[in-house]
Design a protein. Structure first.
Length: 409
């Protein structure tokens, strides 16, 4: 039983105090601090060298030290396609041990007992900056996952302006952000500028990420409430930008292996600056060695679309935002992906994809205009997107979703 246990540790990221205030904003800092004070973290810190994409030592399953014996089927276990056996959680999860407890800069680490996949991530609760949220305003707290792009310069939650989110929401939400694995294009084995073309798909990494998402849903569902609010753990939302949006589409495609018979995992998804695996043509592709494998580039893109055609669907809907002049992720390569997702949604009787083409950028500086690829804030940090993305569905669980199955496992 102990061999099946996973280890989850918390890492204190060394962040300059002034830099931290700039990253997470001052307007909602006091509100967030007051709220989080009610949920102190009890997991010990480890050396900060383990917080920078690589871990100081190999963490094995033997290292895990549960507070008590771990049952064969822990209360948070999930066993869902394409998994071969249920995940195990700590025997007891309490608000003090919630993965969102502590400051946004704190890092945690999770090891998938099925694949051995290792992941560092951050999580926090974002409360409305105006305060005054009560049960009449929100019946549930959304659980949100964010996947960043490759060139953000900051890991995890530092990529998101949490103060702006707090100013735009009317009820709290839990935001969880995995840290981009070093040397990878999320779920491809190459992190170079041409990683999306040269990289090969890492199926075990995809399964590991899916298992982690299910694990977070199961733990949130087990904890149940945040103060007086129910946590909507059965309707996980996810949004991603650039490489992060590509990773989300692969997670969507692999979230079940049973085609039409599979239950959906994600309730709603937001995709910004999207691209796929490979390209449908060789325009702009350079490098003599790379062009020697031109057939593989085209085949990767075709295989990628084929995977998307069998995704289990997104009941709450999909929104895609793309800049018309994006030179890093050209619109002409994103359009077939949108069409594929839209056709699948309609075939499943679900809402069609909402596709928004924009021309605004996050900054008017010349360096940002050079490639028209910096528009994450324009895409996601607005009330139109957040109100749709975080809309309240009451306190009832989404029983048709994969995460709800954790209740009886």
């Amino acid at each position: 039983e102990e061999e099946d246990a996973y280890e989850e540790v918390e890492v204190e990221e060394e962040v300059d105090e002034e830099e931290g205030e700039a990253a997470y904003g001052e307007s909602s800092a006091s509100t967030l601090a007051q709220r989080r004070a009610a949920y102190p973290t009890t997991i010990g810190d480890v050396d900060s060298k383990r917080a920078r994409g690589s871990v100081g030592r190999e963490v094995t399953q033997d290292d895990a030290e549960p507070s008590g014996p771990v049952p064969k089927k822990a209360r948070g276990s999930i066993g869902l396609a394409p998994m071969s056996r249920p995940l195990l959680q700590q025997e007891q999860d309490t608000p003090e041990q919630a993965f969102w407890a502590g400051e946004p800069t704190k890092m945690r680490e999770w090891i998938d007992p099925e694949t051995g996949y290792r992941l560092q991530y951050q999580a926090t609760v974002v409360w409305p900056a105006a305060g005054g949220t009560d049960e009449e305003d929100a019946a549930s707290v959304p659980l949100v996952f964010f996947f960043s792009g490759l060139d953000t310069g900051s890991p995890g939650l530092a990529t998101i302006k949490l103060d702006r989110v707090a100013e735009m929401i009317t009820r709290p939400c839990v935001i969880v952000a995995p840290i981009l694995p070093r040397g990878k294009w999320w779920i491809l084995d190459c992190a170079s500028d041409w990683g999306f073309v040269d990289g090969e798909l890492l199926v075990d990494d995809i399964r590991g990420l899916l298992n982690w998402i299910r694990h977070c849903c199961a733990q949130a569902k087990h904890i149940g409430t945040l103060e007086s609010f129910e946590i909507d753990a059965t309707r996980p939302r996810a949004f991603g930008y650039s490489a992060g949006s590509y990773a989300l589409t692969e997670l969507l495609a692999h979230s079940a292996e049973d085609g039409d018979a599979a239950a959906p995992l994600f309730w709603s998804i937001g995709l910004g600056a999207m691209h796929g695996h490979g390209q449908p043509d060789l325009e702009g592709v350079d490098g003599k060695k790379r062009l020697m494998h031109k057939e593989a580039i085209l085949e990767k893109y075709s295989a990628y679309l084929a995977r998307l055609e069998n995704n289990p669907g997104v009941p709450g809907g999909i929104r895609c935002i793309h800049h018309t002049g994006d030179e890093i992720c050209p619109l002409r390569y994103a359009t077939p992906i949108v069409e594929c997702l839209n056709e699948r949604q309609l075939n499943l009787g679900l809402p069609g994809v909402e596709f928004r083409e924009i021309q605004e950028l996050d900054s008017s500086k010349k360096r940002n205009k050079s490639c028209n690829h910096t528009y994450q804030e324009v895409a996601f940090m607005n009330t139109n997107f957040l109100e749709w993305f975080l809309q309240d569905f009451g306190g009832d669980a989404w029983e048709e979703g994969q995460a709800a199955q954790a209740e009886h496992l």
